[in-house]
Design a protein around this ligand. Structure first.
Ligand SMILES: [Zn+2]
Length: 668
C-alpha cells in the first residue's frame, strides 16, 4: 500500500508547535512584569503579531504546497493512439538531477554464509576491524502471520555449519563480553525444501519466470535514470520495451493485483481475505516450480497480511527482523530522506541503509541467491523494490549498475537460456510535480514494461516475435501481463486466430497481436488513467503540414550527411496524409485533493502534434512521423522518422553495420 504524501507533514507540525511555544513563553514573561494598562496594550500587539506571523506562515505553506492537477480523458472509446513524447524533453529537466551516493556504515561483515549454505566466521574481517578474539551466536528468524517476527534461541557456533533456514540473526561479543556485531544474514535453504517436495527442471518449452520490478517507475523515468540498464536490455538482451503499457488504477495494490491474478481490485471478482486470492505463483508452484518473493519495506509491501507465507522463499521476515535491530523508519527519517534526495547531508548515514548496505541490495541479494541456488530447476521469482523510488525519482539511479549487472549475470551464467525475464513497474511516480507538465502527465500513466525471451522461442515461434514487435506500439496493460504468464505456465506458444476487433477481451497475451482498435474502454482503463491520443485528419494542403513536410525531408538529408557522397539528396514529392494528434485531457478540479495557490500560477499547456506521411523523390520512398509544432520555425521530431515502404535494393551500398541508413538512402 502507498502511504500519503510525506513532503508536507513534518514542517507544518514543527512550525506551528514552535510558534505556539515561543508565544506562550513571551506572554508569560511579559505578564510577570507589567501593570494592567500596559498589559492590555501589549496583549493587543501580541495578538496582532501572532496573527501576522501565522498569516505569513499559512500563505507560505499554501504557496509551496505541491501542485497536483488531475486530468481525465474525454475520449476513452476511441481506438488508442499511443502517445509519442520526447523522453529528453527539457521541460522535465528541473525534476531530474544527479544523485550523490548515499552513505551506509562502513564496517565489514564478521560472518558470512557461503553459496553452499555454510555459516563461517570471517577471521580476516575480525582482524581488520581490530576486535581481538570474538565469539558469535546465531538465532533463526521466524515469521508468525505476516506482522510478527521472532528470533529463536541463540546458539553458539565455532565451526562452520549448514543453516537449515533462510534467515539468521548473528550476534558477536569480544573478550570483555561487549557486543561488537549484531546483523542479519541470508541464504536459500534448498536442502530442507528438497526433502519436502519435488521441483521440476527447465526446458525449451517450460520456462522459468523472473519478474523484476521497481515501484513507481514510468518508462520515461527508467530511460532517464537507469540508462545503463536500459541500454543493456536493448542491445544485449534484445528486450521488447512496450510504449503503450498503461496503469489501470492509482497505486501499487490495484495495479499489481491484475498482474498476478488477472482480477480487478476492489470488485466482487476478488475473493475476500488475502490468503484466498488466486495468485498465479500458486499455479506455478503446483506445476513443479519453486517460488520466491523478494521485497523490501514491509509497511509498503504490495501484498501483505497473509496467515501463512504465500511463497516458499519469502524475504519479509528478514525485513521485519531489521526492526528488532534498528528502529523502524519514522516521519523524521522521511524528512531526512527528502533532504538527502536534494543532495544535502550526504555525509551522514542514510535511512535507506540497513547496516553496511542500502536496503534494496538485500532484495537483490536474495533474488540472486535464489536463482543461483536452484540452478536449472523451474523457478518463479518475483522481486520488488519499493523504498528507493516510492517517494523520490532520482535516488534510483544509484542502483543502475547493480540492476544492469544482475541482468548481465543472468545472461552470462546461462540463467536466461530457458527463462522469461520481465523488468517492470506498477505505475509512474505519484508524488512528483512532474505530472503537471504535458509530458509528465501522460508518461506517468505509462509504467515500465520490458520483456526478454530466449532466442529459441523467437526462432521456433516467429509469430511471437512478430506480435511482440507490433504490441510495442499498442495499448497494453497489467491484465495482458497476466495472460502472458498463463501462456508460459501452460507452455502455450501456438499461433492463435486474430482477435475479433468487435469483441476485444480485457486481457490479451502479449504473444498475440493486440488489435489496433483497442480503446481504453475495452482494456478497462478508466478516464483518469487513459493516456491515449486521438486524431483528426487535416488537409495535406494545410500550411503547417507543408512546413512540416519540408522539415522532415531536411531532417532525412541531414541524417544522410553522416555518410556523404553515397546517397541521393531527397526532395518532397507528395504529402500523402496528415492528421492532428491530440491528448483528450481535461482538468478535473473536483478530483484534486487539496488547494494550492500555485495551481493558479502553473501554466497548463498542451502542444500541437501533427502526424505527416509523405513520399520523397527520387526513388519514391515513403515516410511517416509525428512532430510537435509550435510555429514554422519551431518544429520538433517526436521519435524516429519511419520508413513505411520497402527499401529493397535501393540501399545496396550500405553495409550491415550501418543498416540504420538503409531506411533513408537511395544509393547513387
Ligand atoms: Zn506502487
Amino acid at each position: 500500500m502507498d502511504s500519503a504524501c510525506i513532503f508536507t507533514t513534518p514542517p507544518l507540525f514543527v512550525i506551528f508547535s514552535s510558534l505556539f511555544m515561543t508565544c506562550s513563553f513571551l506572554f508569560y514573561r511579559l505578564t510577570q512584569k507589567m501593570r494592567k494598562s500596559r498589559l492590555k496594550k501589549y496583549l493587543r500587539n501580541l495578538v496582532l503579531f501572532v496573527l501576522a506571523i501565522t498569516g505569513v506562515v499559512y500563505f507560505n505553506i499554501q504557496y509551496n504546497w505541491p501542485v497536483f492537477h488531475v486530468f481525465r480523458n474525454k475520449n476513452i472509446l476511441a481506438p488508442c493512439i499511443i502517445p509519442k513524447f520526447d523522453i529528453e524533453d527539457p521541460q522535465l529537466d528541473r525534476f531530474f538531477w544527479k544523485q550523490v551516493p548515499l552513505k551506509c556504515d562502513t564496517w565489514e561483515n564478521l560472518v558470512f554464509i557461503d553459496s553452499n549454505g555454510i555459516l563461517h566466521i570471517n577471521e580476516t574481517a575480525i582482524k581488520r576491524g581490530g576486535y581481538g578474539h570474538v565469539t558469535c551466536k546465531y538465532g533463526k528468524i521466524k515469521l508468525h502471520g505476516d506482522y510478527k517476527v521472532s528470533i529463536e534461541d541463540l546458539t553458539d557456533f565455532k565451526q562452520p555449519e549448514y543453516i537449515d533456514t533462510d534467515f539468521v540473526n548473528v550476534q558477536c561479543v569480544d573478550d570483555g563480553q561487549k557486543q561488537v556485531y549484531n546483523n542479519l544474514h541470508m541464504h536459500v535453504d534448498i536442502k530442507s525444501i528438497k526433502e519436502q517436495r519435488k521441483i521440476g527442471t527447465e526446458s525449451q518449452d517450460q520456462l522459468s519466470v523472473y519478474l523484476f520490478g521497481i515501484d513507481s517507475m514510468s518508462r520515461l523515468i527508467t530511460e532517464r535514470k537507469l540508462r545503463k540498464t536500459m541500454k543493456y536490455l536493448r542491445e544485449d538482451l534484445d528486450a521488447y520495451v512496450l510504449k503503450g503499457y498503461t496503469k489501470v488504477a492509482d497505486n501499487s495494490f490495484p495495479n499489481l493485483l491484475p498482474v498476478f491474478t488477472g482480477l480487478k481490485a476492489y470488485t466482487k471478482e476478488v475473493p475476500a481475505g488475502i490468503d484466498n486470492i488466486p495468485f498465479i505463483w500458486k499455479n506455478f508452484s503446483s506445476q513443479g516450480y519453486i517460488d520466491h518473493l523478494s521485497e523490501d519495506h514491509p509497511g509498503l509491501a504490495s501484498f501483505q497480511g497473509f496467515n501463512a507465507p504465500p511463497v516458499t522463499h519469502y524475504l519479509r521476515p528478514f525485513f521485519m527482523a531489521m526492526e528488532k535491530i534498528v528502529s523502524p523508519r519514522s516521519a523524521l527519517n522521511n524528512a531526512y530522506m527528502f533532504v538527502q534526495h536534494r543532495n544535502f547531508l550526504q555525509n551522514n548515514v542514510s535511512p535507506m541503509c540497513f547496516g553496511n548496505q542500502l536496503k534494496h541490495k538485500y532484495v537483490m541479494d536474495y533474488t540472486r541467491r535464489f536463482v543461483e541456488t536452484y540452478g536449472s530447476h523451474l523457478k518463479f521469482s518475483f522481486t520488488w523494490i519499493n523504498e528507493i523510488t516510492h517517494d523520490f525519482i532520482n535516488i534510483v539511479e544509484l542502483a543502475d549498475e547493480e540492476v544492469r549487472d544482475y541482468f548481465k549475470w543472468l545472461k552470462d551464467s546461462g540463467r536466461l537460456d530457458n527463462a522469461m525475464l520481465i523488468f517492470f513497474s506498477d505505475h509512474g511516480p505519484r508524488y512528483s510535480e512532474m505530472q503537471n507538465t504535458a509530458v509528465g502527465r501522460i508518461s506517468n500513466l505509462l509504467p515500465l514494461f520490458t520483456m526478454v525471451l530466449p532466442d529459441h522461442v523467437k526462432s521456433r515461434y516467429p509469430h511471437i516475435h512478430r506480435n511482440l514487435k507490433k504490441n510495442i506500439d499498442r495499448l497494453s496493460t497489467h491484465y495482458d501481463f497476466f495472460e502472458t504468464m498463463k501462456d508460459i505456465l501452460n507452455s502455450d506458444f501456438a499461433e492463435k486466430p486474430a482477435i475479433d476487433p468487435t469483441a476485444i477481451p480485457r486481457g490479451i497475451s502479449l504473444f498475440q497481436e493486440i488489435p489496433a482498435a483497442r480503446s481504453c474502454k475495452t482494456a478497462d482503463i478508466s478516464e483518469h488513467y487513459c493516456p491515449c491520443y486521438s486524431s483528426k485528419q487535416i488537409s495535406p494542403q494545410d500550411e503547417r503540414v507543408r512546413a512540416i513536410s519540408h522539415f522532415i525531408v531536411d531532417q532525412i538529408n541531414l541524417i544522410l550527411d553522416d555518410i556523404p557522397g553515397r546517397c541521393a539528396k531527397l526532395s518532397l514529392d507528395t504529402v500523402e496524409r496528415a492528421s492532428l494528434v491530440y491528448a483528450d485531457m481535461e482538468r478535473d478540479e473536483k478530483a484534486e485533493s487539496y488547494f494550492s495557490f500555485r495551481s493558479y500560477l502553473w501554466k497548463i499547456e498542451e502542444k500541437t502534434r501533427i502526424l505527416v506521411a509523405l513520399k520523397t523523390t527520387p526513388g519514391g520512398a515513403q515516410f511517416e512521423t509525428t512532430v510537435e509544432y509550435r510555429g514554422k520555425r519551431n518544429i520538433k521530431l517526436l521519435g524516429d522518422i519511419n520508413r513505411t515502404n520497402k527499401y529493397g535494393d535501393q540501399a545496396k551500398c550500405i553495409k550491415f553495420e550501418e543498416k540504420f541508413y538503409r531506411l533513408y538512402c537511395l544509393c547513387l
